[in-house]
Design a protein around this ligand. Structure first.
Ligand code: ZN
Length: 350
């Protein structure tokens, strides 16, 4: 049986790993021989260039020389657990870092199992960004077992997990809803946390990270206002959601929806529903006058299709909200993904 999310234990582990960020940072300041050599080489090269002609370059170097030396010789290597997080991180990192995602586009982060190659990529990274809330339980377990020293930042750190609204399916004991990213207002918290982690990993880039985070914050503000305008076109009584799994709680809280049911129990995609649950969901959809059932792209839509058919409502099965698409798809970025998802929801419920 696959495991759900949840577990205070996982959260504690994530927090403990984040504590490892501090240890790793301290270790980096005292610089191992290799890093020290790289940093010294880069500083020497900069000084030589400055001496040649451009004195102003020196002031541009900031406090270079201690910490973050690797960023002067090349870009930071940052690994994010899944594509949504990678795009958010890349917006903050700008051109000072190369940001890659462990879970490839189109794959379900709930089902992710790190491969040995993934663990190697993490081991070679300067920073690992995870969502938290139990989403990366298997990855963090594997890193802990491998004695990983890579700094880890939990993007959702400090965001209180939601409790289901009255009438929503309850969570299992200890289960945490990890889908904070489907609320752009909460993603601004991610941005601040990621910014601070990048500044710690690469102090020389602080001004860049702070400016990028502020600019992306304004993008998220515009996205938030755009979503509100779209949602306002749905009659209030129709702002009800039936999802494949409990993915849209934070979105619902922010934009005034009620999540009246889910096909799968819980906040993950790994538990099968009983026939009784499905029959109950059909009854709920009819009683509440729900207009559609929504499923993430890449998930098997068979059960949701069955429910939608029996209830006589629409099935929307292409929400890319757990995984961005490639450049040619409808959701190559977080902002494009949120707009596409919102449009699909609004069209179906209006
Ligand atoms: Zn999910």
């Amino acid at each position: 049986m696959r495991r759900g999310h949840r577990t205070p234990a996982t959260r504690t582990r994530a927090a403990a790993t984040a504590g490892g960020v501090r240890r790793a940072r301290a270790a980096r300041r005292t610089a191992g021989p290799l890093r020290g050599a790289v940093a010294a080489g880069a500083v020497a090269a900069l000084l030589a260039a400055a001496a040649l002609a451009l004195a102003p370059l020196l002031t541009g170097c900031g406090g270079g020389g201690t910490g973050g030396g690797q960023a002067q010789g090349g870009r930071l290597a940052v690994v994010a657990s899944f594509s949504v997080l990678a795009d958010i991180t890349a917006n903050v990192a700008g051109d000072r870092a190369t940001v890659t995602s462990l879970v490839p586009p189109g794959a379900d982060p709930h089902e992710y199992q790190p491969s040995p190659r993934d663990l190697q990529r993490v081991a070679e990274a300067d920073l690992l960004v995870v969502n938290g809330g139990g989403l990366e339980g298997r990855l963090l377990d594997a890193l802990e077992a491998a004695g990983s020293q890579v700094p880890v930042v939990v993007a959702s750190r400090g965001i209180p997990p939601r409790t289901p609204q009255p009438g929503e399916p309850p969570l299992a004991a200890g289960e945490v809803d990890p889908h904070f990213w489907l609320d752009p207002v909460l993603v601004k918290r991610y941005v601040a946390t990621i910014r601070d982690a990048l500044v710690r990993a690469d102090p020389a880039g602080a001004d860049t990270y702070i400016a990028n985070a502020a600019a992306y914050g304004r993008v998220l503000d515009r996205l938030d206002r755009w979503i509100r305008r779209q949602v306002a076109t749905i009659p209030p009584a129709r702002r009800t959601l039936v999802m494949d799994h409990a993915s849209h709680g934070y979105f619902a809280d922010e934009y005034g929806f009620r999540v009246v049911g889910t096909v799968l129990p819980g906040v993950g995609t790994d538990e099968a529903p009983s026939a009784q649950r499905l029959a109950g969901l059909v009854t709920t959809i009819r009683r509440e006058g729900v207009k559609a059932v929504f499923v993430e792209a890449g998930e098997n839509p068979d059960l949701a299709r069955q429910v939608a058919r029996e209830a006589g409502v629409r099935l929307v099965d292409d929400l890319p909200d757990h995984s961005l698409t490639g450049r040619d798809g409808p959701a190559p970025t977080y902002v494009a993904m949120m707009k596409f998802t919102t449009r699909r929801i609004v069209e179906a419920l209006r």
